[in-house]
Design a protein around this ligand. Structure first.
Ligand code: PLP
Length: 387
């Protein structure tokens, strides 16, 4: 084994494995979370125009000024947050790089980084790259299948070496949108313990049933300690473009930029003016996408229930979490490995999103950001399997 010790726990690539299974078996892929239709046509055209218009060299280090201005305007319009596009906004290679650069810039070796679990798989990996120690607090479903946070449990997880919190709401993979009370409790504890918050808000537009996203940076006392992170990939269905951004106080953004400049320097030149246009003119498209996704959530949830699974209730994102125990199954990894062969469907075992996978091995994540016909066919196949 030539890989350094600190990265050895992260070699498992369940997404690649499951996508390969989908390809080799011809199964419907409800594993990886990318939409199967593209973003707004005007945005796509703007990227094509940028390429044919000779906009193909390095953009400015912090991002195209036009995009940074559009980002600052969107944060002000949507959340009342004021960011100076000059030094409080940084364009990154997707949200993934913004998170990585923030952790690398702000986590000293041996610092503890708190996160909600289940977590997005990149969080513990970048904490390990930075020499930090990941600590996790679980979200648990209530009787309605809404995942929520126990604030006492959260408080108990904070220790003397805890420096950062990576918060994610709307939350992948549970679909939870943190409530006002949860956010207020988290904000109070972050101030008490002087934590910096890396707030992963990539699903900010994709909330359902009138639930709205409230950035933790808008709570009293939080603006000065919060980095808010967004993704054009998620907001405008262009996950392959890898355009993200971080907004926050100048000092924190300068730190993130210090790390970012040596990770990628810049990226996505011709996509940046297109994303600027999307932020200025295509927000209604994103809101429409959220409405469509809510319908797809209902469609897939009903199908999964009919197939005998217990289904959580996501209030946002692309994903629904399920419990496979009603099917007489307990091991999500074994279940997901067999599922393409048994039913022609691919899903993701949720244990990859947990530090203590054993306690959660009965959970499986399905993605509903797919065409209705694809969802219906998957549900049909799953129902046939359990008949
Ligand atoms: C997709 C996703 C990201 C990564 O976003 P990119 O812009 O594609 O890098 C980060 N966090 C969460 C929770 C995600 O689901």
């Amino acid at each position: 084994m030539t890989l350094v010790h600190r990265l050895r726990p992260f070699t498992q690539t369940i997404f690649a494995e499951m996508s390969a299974l989908a390809t080799s078996t011809g199964a419907i892929n409800l594993g990886q979370g990318f939409p199967d239709s593209d973003g707004p046509p005007e945005m796509l055209a703007a990227a094509r125009d940028a390429i044919s218009g000779g906009f193909n060299q390095y953009p400015p280090g912090p991002g195209l000024p036009e995009l940074r201005t559009a980002i600052a305007e969107a944060r002000l319009r949507n959340y009342g947050q004021f960011f100076d596009p000059g030094n409080q906004v940084l364009v990154t290679t997707g949200a993934t790089e913004a998170i990585a650069a923030a952790v690398i810039a702000l986590c000293e070796a041996g610092d503890e980084v708190l996160m909600l679990e289940p977590f997005y798989d990149s969080y513990p990996a970048v904490v390990a790259m930075a020499g930090g120690i990941a600590r996790a607090v679980p979200l648990r479903p209530d009787e309605n299948g809404r995942a929520g946070l126990d604030l006492d449990e959260f408080a108990a997880a904070i220790g003397p070496r805890t420096r950062l919190l990576i918060l994610n709401s709307p939350h992948n993979p549970t679909g939870a949108v943190l409530t006002g009370a949860e956010l207020a409790g988290i904000a109070r504890l972050c101030q008490e313990h002087d934590l910096i918050v890396i707030s992963d808000e990539v699903y900010e537009y994709l909330t359902f049933d009138g639930t709205t996203h409230v950035p933790i940076g808008t709570l009293p006392g939080m603006a000065e300690r919060t980095i808010s992170i967004s993704s054009a990939g998620k907001s405008f269905s262009a996950t392959g473009w890898k355009i993200g951004w971080a907004c926050g106080p100048a000092e924190l953004i300068a730190a993130v930029r210090a790390a970012k400049q040596f990770l990628t320097y810049v990226s996505g030149g011709p996509f940046q003016p297109a994303v600027a246009l999307a932020l200025r003119t295509q927000e209604p498209w994103a809101r429409e996408l959220a409405l469509e996704l809510a319908g797809k959530r209902d469609r897939l949830s009903a199908g999964l229930r009919a197939a005998g699974l217990e289904v959580w209730h996501p209030q946002g994102t692309y994903f629904v979490m399920t419990d496979i125990r009603p099917l007489g199954e307990t091991d999500g990894l074994a279940f997901c490995t067999q599922l393409p062969h048994r039913a022609g469907v691919v899903a993701i075992p949720a244990q990859v999103f947990y530090r203590t996978p054993g306690d959660w091995s009965h959970l499986v994540r399905f993605a509903f950001c797919k065409a209705d016909a694809v969802i219906d066919e998957a549900c049909e196949r799953l129902a046939a399997m359990s008949r």
